[in-house]
Design a protein around this ligand. Structure first.
Ligand SMILES: *Cc1c(COP(=O)(O)O)cnc(C)c1O
Ligand code: SF4
Length: 341
């Protein structure tokens, strides 16, 4: 670890004292900026400008600060760096492997599974994960119009079988407090709803988003609140992340984690076991370990199903059952995610 200069330490302290919106606006958005901060020479990396044009680099400083300086093989760097492999084509990889995002962009609702609906209000994220299927959709700034949002709420209210609404995206916690408060108030009024679930990577990559105001809003909801974070490697957990998650936890919010199994990032029994241990130590239960959705430009992250199965069996041999995430994959037309183990 190189010595931190005084100037650099000051820059870091000042940055994390700013509002979450300000921190987000200062996220790294160029390869040069990120490489400079990480003390890496862009020439020594398999960087692709074309890949970055197609799906921009976006990395908040809180996440970048967890990347080891000077290490071109860092597992967190691999999740965010635009590389040449993304521009290659592989059979079986398509622009829309999940198949339901375009429909959601129109209506805001994905109702595939019994009792649960996904509500998509925003297409943007604080971080651009290179393995994400969202990378191939041009509507990063999707915002549901007022009419569409009202129609989506009316749809949920009219179906007695719906007991859980999942705020997804994009990242639903990028909505501002006023919009979230209105949404939660509307959901509170729907009698048959028991739970509001929030799928967000912000507690991990932009923990400043977990403000007292947000936590109060969530914990004052009449519905039970479940927050499913997305963390792939224990190195993503820093002191700011721990504080944010404890704030949620201490206010009665259930915390779960989902990870994506990624080659060169977490396809290793030690890494995954350590992740489960670290998550549990901060009150987060491992939930899902997803096989990669086969989106164009992500093939270099693929872990084959039989290797994934072997890996999870190894974890099961060394951890208590409740720390072993369910290995799942998305299957078009199925009534739920397909459990592999
Ligand atoms: C993953 C997913 C859910 C939630 O599934 P759980 O198994 O309840 O976590 C709901 N709807 C859709 C369309 C999904 O992809
Ligand atoms: S935060 Fe989630 S939705 Fe956003 S780019 Fe990363 S994986 Fe995709």
């Amino acid at each position: 670890m190189p010595l931190m200069t005084k100037q650099h330490a000051l820059f870091i302290t000042e940055h994390f004292a700013k509002s979450w919106q300000q921190q987000l606006s200062e996220a790294f958005n160029t390869i040069e900026g990120l490489c400079d901060y990480l003390q890496l020479s862009p020439d020594a990396l398999p960087i692709s400008v074309a890949a970055a044009k197609n799906f921009p680099l976006r990395v908040p400083l809180s996440f970048a600060a967890c990347i080891e300086k000077g290490n071109p093989h860092d597992p967190l760097l691999r999740q965010v760096l635009p590389v040449y492999d993304e521009t290659r084509h592989f059979p079986g990889y398509t622009g829309d492997p999940v198949g339901d995002l375009p429909a959601a962009a129109q209506t805001g609702v994905i109702h595939k599974y019994q009792g649960r609906v996904l509500l998509i209000n925003t297409g943007s994220c604080a971080i651009n994960c290179r393995y994400c299927f969202r990378r191939n959709f041009p509507y990063a700034e999707l915002q549901l119009g007022k009419q569409q949002e009202e129609a989506a709420i009316a749809y949920i209210a009219s179906d007695d079988s719906i007991t859980e609404v999942i705020l997804s995206g994009g990242d639903p916690l990028l909505l501002n407090d006023a919009r979230l408060a209105k949404l939660i108030a509307q959901l509170n009024d729907i009698k048959q709803l028991k739970r509001i679930r929030i799928h967000s990577r912000l507690p991990i990559v932009l923990p400043a988003r977990i403000t007292d105001a947000l936590v109060n809003m969530l914990s004052n909801s009449r519905k039970q609140i479940v927050v499913v974070v997305h963390c792939n490697h224990a190195n993503e957990i820093n002191s700011r992340v721990i504080t944010a998650c404890q704030r949620l936890k201490n206010n009665g919010i259930t915390l779960l984690n989902q990870s994506v199994l990624l080659k060169g990032v977490n396809d290793n029994a030690d890494v995954l076991s350590h992740l489960s241990e670290r998550l549990f130590a901060m009150g987060i239960m491992p939930y899902y370990l997803h096989l990669l959705d086969k989106a164009t430009g992500t093939a270099h992250f693929e872990v084959f199903e039989e290797d994934a199965l072997t890996l999870v069996k190894h974890i099961k041999d060394r951890l208590p059952g409740y720390l072993v995430p369910k290995l799942v994959k998305e299957q078009a037309g199925a009534a739920s995610k397909l459990a592999i183990f």
